[in-house]
Design a protein around this ligand. Structure first.
Ligand code: NAD
Length: 489
């Protein structure tokens, strides 16, 4: 395989630029450890330049002042540009973060393009309001773009996480400064070039790669950023809210971690489907999904039958070269995350859980970061692997006998992102779904997803929602304009 070359320079005011102090970092691929080239190591001065470009673009109304129908046309062209470059973007995503190429192409690129098109199509169809006031006054309730939006995203779905935020923010007329993860910066940089080619004016969409503390913090602390939209860990998310408060009280929205419970009752209508969903969802994207159902609760009376079928499926998820068409599990994003996953596997064993599948680091491609699909049985809610987000292909299996007790355990988590319930009893399904403290509850499936529905969490899984028309709430201010009416009639 020849080494692909990538331009890792920042994208500010419509141009590729090196970091102002000339610093860069080496971007290594988790596929086989090869260098993908230098990436600009942006810092305060680069963030200042990007925010200034975004501010100027916002103030002179080159985008914010355009008609929604114009922004719609540009966003649709932008979405099409992603599809026109789908193979290139998918390959970049795979080299950069290790996911299987076939999913990068079929899921990540398509989903990001669909998101951008959807918000473009939506923006000239949302109306403002007129309040039911007395007849001597008119009160207009209008939405205005919030201004300069800072976006910070993680590495697990680089294109999709960026699209969920930049699409509604841009469609609403804002200017954006995006900081991708230092572990997967490449597709975000291409995204900005494609936006420009589609007609998003220079300065409206800027991308500043770099490390969290060096590039992310200056963005979150910036006095001229009006809103910060963050996806990442709960630990950093908490700092984002502090930084927003410490600076200019910018609006702060956070999509954070998860430890989602998936509850299978003995009256599950389709055990094979439940097994496939439980196994497939935890191993998809190498387990690096915030909403992965990492805590599996199975009712004791069907536990043995369930586990027998589940363990039979696990070998299908052996990691392999992500560039090969048959691969369903690729590489862990980097050595640090690989070590993290291995540390949790060690904790599972030392705290008394039973390792029933996987547990080993493997190297299907020399120099890459791979771990076997791993299952622990006999887990209790007190164990670390049942409490903390691992963000790797590790399933913790618990059993239960009582519905009230399993709901209590499912809710006994600092997180509240998603949950699953499997039962043929309508009352139980509705009752448990209501009782679960989670932003999304799946009943008798775990993989439904659509841009039309909100995505986000209760509790420490974050503040605010991505996707759906609700996302416009994050990137717009609500204004009331009172007009006196001295009617002559
Ligand atoms: P992370 O919090 O370490 O990093 C996320 C981003 O924040 C990166 O761009 C990073 O550079 C930046 N960052 C780090 N420290 C910072 C600081 N002090 N100031 C400003 N920015 C900083 O998370 P990660 O490891 O990249 O991603 C994994 C996490 O993301 C998991 O917890 C996962 O659950 C979460 N996630 C949540 C969702 C969701 O929608 N709820 C989606 C995907 C991932």
């Amino acid at each position: 395989m020849s080494t692909p070359t990538y331009d890792g320079r920042a994208f500010i005011n419509g141009e590729r630029v090196a970091a102002k102090d000339g610093q860069s970092f080496d971007n290594r691929s988790p596929v086989d450890g090869r260098s993908l080239g230098p990436v600009a190591r942006c810092g305060q001065a680069d963030i200042d330049a990007a925010v200034l470009a975004a501010r100027q673009a916002f103030e002179d109304r080159r985008w914010s002042g355009t008609a929604p129908a114009h922004r719609k046309r540009v966003m649709i062209r932008f979405a099409q540009a992603l599809l026109d470059h789908a193979d290139e973007l998918a390959l970049t995503e795979t080299w950069d973060m290790g996911k299987p190429l076939k999913y990068a192409r079929a899921v990540d690129v398509n989903s990001a393009a669909n998101c951008i098109r959807w918000y473009g199509e939506a923006v000239d169809k949302v109306y403002d309001e007129i309040a039911p006031t007395p007849s001597n006054a008119l009160a207009l309730i209008t939405r205005e773009p919030v201004g300069v939006v800072g976006v910070i995203v993680p590495w697990n779905y680089p294109l999709i996480m960026a699209a969920w935020k930049i699409a509604p923010a841009l469609a609403a007329g804002n200017s954006v400064v995006l900081k991708p993860s230092e572990k997967s910066p490449l597709t975000a940089l291409r995204l900005a070039e494609l936006a420009l080619s589609a007609g998003v004016p220079p300065g409206v969409f800027n991308v500043v790669p770099g490390y969290g503390v060096e590039a992310g913090s200056p963005l979150a602390l910036h006095m001229d950023v009006d809103c910060i939209a963050f996806t990442g860990s709960t630990r950093v998310g908490k700092q984002i809210h502090v930084m927003a408060g410490q600076s200019n009280l910018k609006r702060a929205w956070t999509e954070l971690g998860g430890k989602s419970p998936n509850i299978v009752f003995a009256d599950c209508p389709d055990l094979d489907r439940a097994v496939q969903a439980a196994v497939g969802s935890i191993f998809f994207n190498q387990g690096e999904s915030c909403n992965a159902p990492s805590r599996l609760f199975v009712e004791a009376s069907i536990k043995d039958a369930f586990m027998e079928r589940a363990l039979a499926l696990v070998p299908n998820y052996q990691p392999a070269n992500p560039l090969e068409a048959s691969t369903v599990m690729g590489a862990i994003v980097d050595r640090v995350q690989l070590d993290n996953v291995m540390r949790y596997i060690g904790l599972g064993e030392s705290e008394g859980a039973r390792l029933v599948a996987g547990g080993q680091r493997v190297e299907p491609v020399l120099g890459g970061c791979y771990v076997q699909p791993t299952v622990f049985d006999g887990v209790t809610s007190a164990m670390t692997i049942a409490r903390e987000e691992i963000f790797g292909p590790v399933l913790s299996v618990l059993s239960f006998t009582d519905a009230a007790e399993v709901v209590r355990q499912a809710n006994a988590s600092e997180y509240g992102l998603q949950a699953g319930v499997w039962t043929r009893d309508l009352n139980k399904a509705h009752g448990v779904a209501r009782a679960l403290r989670a932003g999304t509850v799946h009943v008798n499936q775990y993989d439904e997803d659509d841009i039309t529905v909100p995505f986000g969490g209760f509790k420490q899984s974050g503040v605010g929602r991505d996707k759906s028309l609700h996302a416009f709430d994050k990137y717009t201010e609500t204004k009331t304009t009172w007009i006196r009416i001295d009617s002559p009639v």
